[in-house]
Write a protein of this length. Sequence first.
Length: 686
Amino acid sequence: MAEGKQQYSAENIQVLKGLEPVRRRPGMYIGTTDVRGLHHLVWEVLDNSIDEAMAGFCDRILIIINEDGSLTVADNGRGIPVDKHKVTGTSALETVLTVLHAGGKFGGDASGYKVSGGLHGVGVSVVNALSTKIVAEVRRDGKVHYQEYKMGVAQGDIKIIGETNSTGTSITFWPDEKVFETTEFDIQTIITKCRQQAYLTKGVTIAVEDKRKGRYEGKIVGDNTYKYAFYFEGGVQSYVSHLNQNKEPISEVIYIEKDVPECKIEVALQYTHAYNENIITFANNIHTTEGGMHLTGFRSALTRSLNNYARSKGFLKEKDDNMTTDDVREGMTAVISVKLADPQFEGQTKSKLGNPEVRSAVESVFNEKLSEYLEENPNDAKGIIAKGMLASRARLASRAARETVLRKGALEGMTLPGKLADCTSRDPSESELYIVEGDSAGGSAKQGRDRFRQAILPLRGKILNVEQARLDRMLSNNEIKALIIALGTGIGETFDIERIRYKRIVIMTDADVDGAHIRTLLLTLFYRYFKPIIEAGYLYIAQPPLFKLARGKLTEYAYTEEAKAKVLESWGIKEELSDAEEEAAEAEEAAAEEAATENEGEITELAGKPAAKTRVSIQRYKGLGEMNPDQLWETTMDPERRAMFKVSVKDAEMADATFDTLMGSEVLPRRKFIQTHAKKVKNLDI
């Protein structure tokens, strides 16, 4: 062996004990250490309480974001057992908090959990591993049991701190700042999740409280606490109604429920006059974001049932092709929930259901029940079939339009759009595309950019509102065609994110009402047709400054009113002066300078007056075109100094509802939104 090479022996083999593997590789257990991973800790603890509810032992769950940044999940279930575990020799409570793959969900009926979302058995122990501290309180057998953990290690045995007539478990944890990019919980993310779980677990109340101070000005309840509570008797049927509250329905909510040997199946669906589908799937109340076998079975049965009905009633003639799966899903909102004893989730984050028996069960049950519904409700059936056939005709028209766009792309570029100022680099990972409002801003951006890494695509005016347009009409819009060709991914059936030409796409619009409108139109386009780009973290919004402040040789840029006030304060100016005050201050400063030759003390006295505020120039940028290339580079495009907002879709249903309200055809919800939020609008450019 060559000298200097390392020896490889048994001493090189590391054995990680206890919770150490989790701290070494947290991504293996919670997927990521960003804000999504932080909230994954909440879901792991919440899942245990939901399992108690699904087993029939719990009807109230409370989540509290505490003032010190910790989070508590409490329920009125049976309480985690506190007696000694025969294998570990410690209490069952300490076992589930400190031993991976320990839990009460593996024993089938004998465990007390016929259905559970926590079958990986790493949930609460992972929370313990990634927290600096955990406090567990268990109300059981007439006593309140207490145990504290630090860095995953129990700080002594369980203590009895009181007596009680109730039962339940309370877990409070402090996430480790050394593990997570942020440890600040987002109340809206938690509220959305809890609302979702309440829909899926009929008859259970899930409450949320935020006790952090000063966070919700104008929305403070009681002792500075932000409170929500969710309770739904209608279950997934109510969920679909909630998702479609701002849409015009074609049918009633169709609800199907059946217990079969493989699983319990619940499906609720409704068709509307919208163009986009929204299907949300669950297995044992776990949101299966990547779908799985239950979704596959549903789609197969949906397509077959609707085509069979359409042919049997003469809607589809012998010469007509069948409607495709995409055709029959247009305008449909559906929630699919299955509950089974032994779910096979793909990956620790449980994002896809892999049980093949669930596919055949869902397909059989849904095909049978949907066929019955169509026969019993001919008016709804007629509307649904008409919607699918219209989508089929539009698909054929859009295919021709899309092929035109693809031919254009093949002929020109790799003839890219003439207005695109492309970057030199051909490496997508280091390339950026700035989508800029207007030619004037585009000119400054082209001159000020880093030509090697930054490409500029100026847009003329407002692009088409794709919320109200089909794909064929959308593809006839020149601005959208240019963007599709520039991105390189294709669109619709041909979309492939692996072909993307830039892995940082930046929307850069003016900080006024028109700019906000254009930004919203672009976000709608990306959400509807390029959603994987958002999910991959490639879409950003530039944050150009609102103000330029100059005083002598000092120049500062402020991105908000608050930031402007801080700059002024740092210069000894508590508030911005009016023109009259500025003139008066300048006069006093002139008087102070004149007095300096006579009395040095007087200049000191006058310096404390408004004279200290003079010669401050404040410019409010109404458009990017007002900046010269150097200013645009310095404030908005320089990677070392710029501020950018990464766009993420926290959950499809929240974004879907917002886009429908703001960009859809229904006027009433939009009017209500404007009336509700109008008082919050500042600096309206009219």
